[in-house]
Design a protein around this ligand. Structure first.
Ligand code: S6P
Ligand code: ZN
Length: 183
């Protein structure tokens, strides 16, 4: 028995701290095919970190009975006018919803239904977003600082990246004269 939780959350920065927190980084090299302008992607510094994720999953993915928690730090940048974004995914196995809350920065949560209807919600300090089941989701950073947000999901769901890798989202968030537009 211990009186100390294994993981701590810093509500100002979003940092998850503890031995059971896993940290992963996604660089441009790991985002082949995700940006429309593949030539601009190929010319960009492949070492650039697009986002970092700190995650705490008390129950393994695919197993019923836990809530996953992650903080995403999505850095500012763009490739061919398309904002830096997370890869995006559907939930799978048992599909299920997710809740996201913005800690800092400004961005958009892009949501696409199974019939490929795409919409987005603006993300800013304190904004709360419900990602319904059967909805692909990815975040885009439209600001000049890191976009930091926290996500919660049920442990029994899995993550399907293949569908988005293969078919993408039906619309993309692009900077047009500095204004975000979904096209
Ligand atoms: C997990 C949740 C987030 C993302 C993270 C990175 O269900 O949606 O924690 O994993 O924002 O995005 P992605 O699409 O590369 O997993
Ligand atoms: Zn998710």
């Amino acid at each position: 028995m211990t009186d100390r939780p294994g993981v701590r959350f810093d509500q100002l920065t979003g940092h998850l701290i503890g031995e059971r927190v896993t940290v992963s980084e996604r660089r441009l090299a790991g985002m082949e095919g995700y940006f429309t302008d593949t030539a601009a992607w190929a010319l960009a510094d492949q070492n650039a970190v697009v986002y970092r994720v700190e995650a705490y999953e008390p129950v393994p993915e695919g197993v019923l009975g836990g809530i996953g928690l992650a903080t995403t730090y999505l850095f500012p940048g763009s490739i061919g006018g398309e904002y830096y974004m997370t890869r995006g995914h559907f939930h799978s196995n048992a599909d299920g919803p997710e809740l996201c809350m913005t800690i800092s920065g400004s961005g958009a949560l892009i949501l696409m239904s199974r019939d490929r209807e795409t919409r987005y919600e603006m993300m800013s300090l304190g904004s709360v977003h419900h990602v319904p089941s059967e909805t692909a989701h990815k975040a885009a950073n439209i600001g000049t600082d890191a976009l930091v947000f926290v996500s919660y999901w049920s442990s029994e769901i899995g993550h399907d990246y293949e569908t988005i890798k293969k078919s993408g989202f039906s619309r993309r968030l692009i900077s047009v004269n500095g204004i975000a537009e979904l096209r």
